[in-house]
Design a protein around this ligand. Structure first.
Ligand SMILES: [Zn+2]
Length: 469
């Protein structure tokens, strides 16, 4: 009996290396990988001669349909599909009123709220998702009754919980201590944004009073040591309670040193960085002004090097986008403290990071696949994602490693109408993206009806995970 589709003629990139081979797909699942002569017959054949096939990117840190991001599921996941991203993990904000920060006159946060309700609200908004999605339960109020929901949240397919140490949604070390104890019982993952609130507040106020509103005055208000201080506290609490810890958007050498000290074999402590922390430094605030403003800030060249050293050694596991959609108009403010944080990069992360990691730094495709696909899938309980292997979902990217083009926001599927990579020349282009064996995007845009689904995730098993060497 014939299967649905054979993909032949290309070079497959896996977490182990590259190989010239094909694969076969039945009902959206990869059923055979190997020498094309031995693949089963298929109703259709996709010939990708001269191209590479990468597993779809799994991005565990995106902001879609959130208080801080104007992308809907339709526009945000269209950007993902065009960028070779086939799974995203978005956030369900516990106490979010549904208002956007920039439109609201008052707070966008209610005093309390239910995580399960927040998860339902996100799922109800996601009919038009082009890629598969999961959610992190985001705890945004210091209300202990939320602990009673944790078990049901995990059972709802959401085994990861996000906390902030800063902003009006930040929580205290004492609250984290109690929350981590509950999460450890459930073997769930604590996902942390760490910066020291009082240091960042004090330095921000100091700049406000002095009228230092130019974007180049921004990074000093959220320094690397403030990131490292809060990371050190949070990871200590996670270690003490034996709770799985995942540090998001790591930016600095100071912070990765704290992570490395706590990490051991990666069975309890893991971390990520983002494409902008591997390709840009703080001088972007001089060149791009507030368009490049996000938090924590871009750092120095040595910090960029530290991100690559850490990704290679295994101190960091994942590269995520932290995609946030804003418009140029929203970003165009007089003083940096009035600027909405965040940058959009779901559509550009793969080509931009490929350019830096593979073309410029000479790292192998196996590295790219590990940090963009396999590790995030494994870290967040998505065993069917992030790999080209029998039994996995047939999520893949047809990639031309030889085509050179210039990044332009004119191509953005996101509502965001700018790119921090505008004008950057990259060699390596996403030609087509497939989700569960179906094409979802090509070079001209999304293809077909949205077919993305909510993916209930397993509680992940964090086996020892090392780097390249
Ligand atoms: Zn974020």
């Amino acid at each position: 009996m014939a299967v649905d589709l054979r993909v032949v003629g290309g070079t497959l990139a896996t977490a182990q290396g590259t190989l010239d081979a094909g694969f076969a797909i039945e009902d959206g699942t990869i059923v055979a990988v190997g020498d094309e002569r031995h693949l089963p017959d298929a109703d259709h054949t996709l010939d990708v001669a001269g191209k590479m096939v990468l597993p779809g990117v799994v991005d565990p840190h995106v902001h879609i349909n959130g208080f801080n991001s104007i992308d809907t599921y339709e526009t945000g996941t269209a950007a993902a599909a065009r960028g070779g991203v086939t799974t995203v993990i978005n956030f369900a904000w516990q106490t979010w009123t549904g208002e956007r920060e920039r439109d609201a006159t008052g707070s966008v946060w209610a005093e309390n709220g239910s995580l399960l309700d927040a998860i339902d609200r996100q799922r109800e908004s996601a009919d038009s998702a082009y890629v598969d999605y999961g959610l992190h339960a985001t705890v945004t109020a210091e209300d202990h009754s939320v602990f009673d929901e944790f078990e049901a949240v995990v059972e709802a397919g959401v085994p990861s919980f996000k906390f902030f140490t800063v902003y009006d949604v930040g929580v205290s070390n004492g609250f984290l201590r109690l929350a981590f104890e509950r999460l450890a019982d459930l073997d769930a993952v604590a996902v942390l944004h760490t910066e020291d609130e009082s240091v960042c507040q004090a330095l921000t106020e100091q700049r406000r009073r002095a009228g230092r509103g130019h974007p180049t005055d921004y990074p000093g208000a959220r320094p690397d040591y403030a990131e490292a201080m809060a990371l050190s506290d949070a990871v200590s609490l996670a270690t003490e309670t034996d709770c799985k810890y995942y540090g998001i958007h790591t930016t600095s050498r100071a912070a990765v040193e704290e992570l490395a000290a706590a990490r051991e074999d990666g069975t309890r402590v893991r971390g990520e960085t983002c494409p902008h922390f591997t390709t840009l430094t703080a001088d972007a605030y001089e060149k791009q002004g507030t368009l490049a403003l996000q938090s924590p800030p871009l750092r120095a060249e040595d910090d960029v090097d530290a991100m690559f050293e850490s990704l290679r050694s295994g101190t960091l596991d994942v590269v995520s986008t932290d995609h946030v959609a804003s418009t140029r108009a929203e970003k165009a403010v007089e003083n940096w403290w009035d600027c909405p944080f965040g940058v959009n990069s779901l559509q550009t992360a793969l080509p931009v990071f490929h350019e830096e990691a593979v073309n410029r730094r000479g790292l192998p495709y196996s590295f790219l696949v590990r940090v963009l696909s396999r590790n995030p899938a494994e870290t967040f309980g998505l065993p069917q994602k992030g790999r080209l292997a029998v039994g996995a979902d047939a999520d893949f990217v047809v990639f031309d490693p030889t085509e050179t083009y210039e990044i332009s926001a004119a191509d953005n599927a996101s509502i965001a109408d700018y790119s921090i990579y505008e004008g950057r020349e990259v060699t390596g282009k996403v030609l087509e993206t497939y989700l569960r064996g179906h094409p979802i995007a090509d070079e001209t845009g999304v293809v077909g009806d949205p077919r993305g689904e909510f993916r209930a995730r397993d509680v992940p098993t964090w086996d020892p995970q090392g780097g390249m060497t």
